[in-house]
Write a protein that binds this ligand. Structure first.
Ligand code: NAD
Length: 352
């Protein structure tokens, strides 16, 4: 067995249908009595529900979270937390909302109770992102890691198929790259393979029957595992490419993960054979990259960069950005190889 380091910060995770009812107990457990609740304007109903559950310990709601955490929004939310003398932040929503909670915690040490409503996985990571003057920077800081994460599958019932599918593929991407991470370890490998298995079997049901609570639970369980993998081991070419395409070309986060994943996997096919075998097995496919592509098609998710807004004349620049300061990757990252990968993803070719 390869030597490894297993460095996994403790988090409390509550998982279950109806677990939102435990929110007040969880906040009390942290010794908090003045809670700031954050959400997006579109998910304000979740913030209102959280306030109902919290009763008198709900100090206020900041329902202005937006994608990519603009610094102005972060500052306004931090100011609100100070004015309210908040001693805890409940973030309830997708990755954009969790991101705002993290931006508050980064400067205040407020403990976060995260209640995720998509499959993005940010709630399980010490990674934060902030956008200033159009440039998104990310960092790692244990202060932003939510103290408690409450997963209630009922909150995901309203996710439409067009968001559920790509969001689930985003979670699978964390698992795929975890399996060939530079600091991979046997425990995370188990979680990553199980995460792919759970999402691959549940997503086709979730998009056909969005109110199937059993499938929703399975998908959210897979998302938890994906987030744990992302928070614990390093990522590679796939995440680097998605960061470049999202940051420099403003492509939608979950969709770009969905389109790139089969091609990034094919790129690493020969360099990470054991990971490929585990991914293929978890998908019930004979090849990892083909299996991921076929899953995206099956759940009606996008398969081409073209359809999610990538300009073809931007592919050269994207390839060059992705190969400057590349992340670790099992196969050495070269400009020509990455440019080919991007062309395949642009056209949505099934990786052969
Ligand atoms: P998001 O939070 O923007 O949500 C996507 C869409 O789903 C939005 O329109 C939102 O209004 C809607 N939505 C959310 N929950 C819903 C529900 N239950 N029912 C109906 N609609 C719902 O996007 P996301 O994909 O969850 O997260 C993406 C963001 O998170 C990106 O900015 C990404 O960089 C960040 N992220 C960070 C990490 C990390 O570790 N720091 C990990 C993953 C993602």
């Amino acid at each position: 067995m390869r030597p490894f380091v297993y460095d996994h910060p403790a988090q409390r995770v509550i998982f279950g249908i109806g677990s939102i009812k435990q929110l007040a107990d969880e906040v009390r457990r942290l010794g908090a009595s003045r809670v700031l609740i954050v959400s997006t304007p579109a998910e304000r109903r979740f913030a209102d529900e959280a306030a109902r559950q919290l009763g008198p310990v709900a100090a206020g709601i900041f329902a202005e979270a937006v994608m990519h955490v603009p610094i102005e929004t972060a500052r306004a939310a931090r100011k609100r937390a100070l004015e309210l003398e908040a001693d805890c932040c409940v973030s309830i929503g997708g990755g954009s909302t969790t991101g705002l909670g993290k931006a508050i915690a980064l400067e205040s040490d407020l403990p976060i109770v995260a209640v995720p409503t998509t499959y993005a996985g940010s709630e399980m990571t010490p990674i934060y992102g902030l956008t200033e003057s159009g440039i998104k920077t990310t960092g790692r800081d244990r202060r932003v890691l939510p103290a408690t994460v409450l997963y209630d599958p009922e909150l995901t019932l309203s996710l439409p198929p067009g968001i559920s599918g790509p969001s689930g593929m985003n979670a699978i991407a964390h698992c795929v790259e975890g399996l060939y991470a530079e600091n991979a370890n046997p425990v995370i490998n188990l979680m990553a393979a199980e995460g792919i298995r759970a999402l691959a079997r549940s997503l086709p049901i979730v998009v056909r029957q969005p109110d199937n609570l059993e499938a929703r639970s399975d998908a959210l369980y897979g998302a938890w595992l994906g987030g744990t993998v992302l928070g614990t081991v390093g990522m590679a070419i796939h995440h680097k490419l998605c960061h470049v395409l999202g940051g420099s070309f403003n492509l939608p986060h979950a969709e770009v993960h969905t389109v790139i994943l089969p091609h990034a996997t094919a790129f690493n096919r020969e360099a990470a054979p054991e990971a490929m075998r585990l991914i293929a097995d978890a998908l019930g496919a004979s090849d990892a990259a083909e299996g991921l592509y076929d899953l995206a098609v099956k759940i009606g998710a996008p398969t081409t960069l073209k359809e999610i807004g990538m300009p073809e004349d931007g592919l050269d620049r994207a390839a060059s950005l992705a190969t400057t300061n590349p992340y670790y990757n099992p196969r050495p990252v070269d400009l020509a190889g990455v440019r080919r990968l991007l062309q395949d993803a642009y056209e949505g070719r099934r990786p052969a």
